[in-house]
Design a protein. Structure first.
Length: 342
């Protein structure tokens, strides 16, 4: 703070049009005597800057309510008209500027302010973007809606039960040696023939210098300071780790045993004969079981249709019995949850 250079703001006399008057030194126009108008203060160009050495800063000027002359906060009576200054309002501050005269970004952006400005920017890019987006959305809706309607388009169909089928399947796993690879920390304890190579696993952000801008900040008393606004730059750096390939003995999906039949054969699980049991290479164990109970129908238009149901329902619909249910026009899928007798 203490080392920031201080310069004179400038103002142009509104009465005699003298340019580049100094904010601190010229409280009155030296050419015509008009009082300084604080609303006419501006930041000078870099080549026009006038430095203030040991400038005592009291605070933002107060504006005389009677004659609008800016007064130091240290003053109690207006230097121009002697009116009391108690309760007088501060003069308005100019927005901070960059060296090229453009508006400076906030020095310490509040999270809310940052959000608002980015929203504004998004809005600017704007109306055309929103319109295009709306059009795309509309076309998308029509197309998807159309396709969706086709997919979900159903008709009520008469159905005659034509047959029954069931399957029951047991998945069998085999204890076997498999090749696998993992990051070193994740290699299983029983792995062997482990060989590792360094590989890029991720990246990390590393601070890489700063981008700095000089910002001119109005002090409100006819002077301004220059502050450095710096943001840290980052670069991505790879993070390496050992990627290891190895052999390991583990349970792997092998064959499956399957049984199938119709209404005449009571559903039963297939008899599974394991080569041998236990965590020994080449031995097997039973894994997942799955079962399906399928009803096949002849539709009222002669089409062959089918659906899967629970075993209890499957066995209670005799061949030749007549039902109705919604059927997908394109998919031919029968909604068997909605089967009602005809
Ligand atoms: Zn003047
Ligand atoms: Zn006054």
């Amino acid at each position: 703070m203490a080392n920031e250079p201080v310069y004179e703001m400038m103002w142009d006399c509104p009465r005699c049009d003298t340019k580049h008057l100094l904010g601190v030194t010229h409280r009155y126009c030296p050419a015509c005597g008009a009082p300084q108008d604080p609303t006419k203060r501006y930041f000078p160009k870099d080549e026009d800057k006038v430095a203030l050495v040991d400038h005592p800063y009291w605070g933002i000027d107060k504006k005389c309510a009677n004659c609008e002359t800016p007064n130091s906060v240290a003053a109690h009576f207006c230097v121009s008209c002697s009116s009391p200054l108690d309760g007088a309002a501060s003069v308005a501050l100019k927005d901070a500027e960059l060296a090229d005269g453009s508006k400076a970004p906030p020095l310490a952006p509040a999270p809310d302010a940052a959000k608002k400005s980015s929203k504004k920017a998004a809005k600017k890019g704007g109306m055309t973007g929103i319109l295009v987006g709306a059009m795309v959305l509309l076309v998308g809706l029509v197309v998807c809606g159309g396709v969706g309607a086709m997919l979900f388009w159903k008709r009520e169909a008469g159905l005659t039960v034509a047959g029954h089928a069931w399957t029951r399947e047991v998945t069998i796993e085999q204890y076997a040696t498999v090749k696998d690879d993992a990051w070193k920390a994740d290699v299983p304890a029983n792995a062997r023939s482990v060989s590792c190579v360094q590989k890029e696993r991720s990246t990390t952000k590393v601070a890489d210098g700063e981008d700095c801008q000089t910002v001119k900040v109005d002090q409100g008393d006819g002077s301004f300071t220059e502050k450095q606004k710096c943001t840290t730059k980052y670069r991505e750096e790879p993070v390496y780790d050992d990627r290891c390939s190895y052999l390991v003995d583990r349970w792997t999906k092998g064959r499956s045993a399957r049984a199938a039949g119709g209404l005449a054969e009571a559903p039963a699980w297939p008899v599974v004969t394991l080569t041998c049991a236990g965590s020994v290479l080449g031995c097997e164990r039973e894994s997942d079981r799955s079962e399906t109970y399928t009803l096949s129908f002849t539709g009222d238009d002669g089409a062959a249709l089918s659906c899967d149901v629970a075993q209890a329902k499957w066995s209670t619909l005799p061949v030749g019995s007549k039902w109705k249910a919604p059927v997908g026009v394109l998919s031919g899928a029968v909604d068997c949850d909605a089967l009602t007798p005809l």
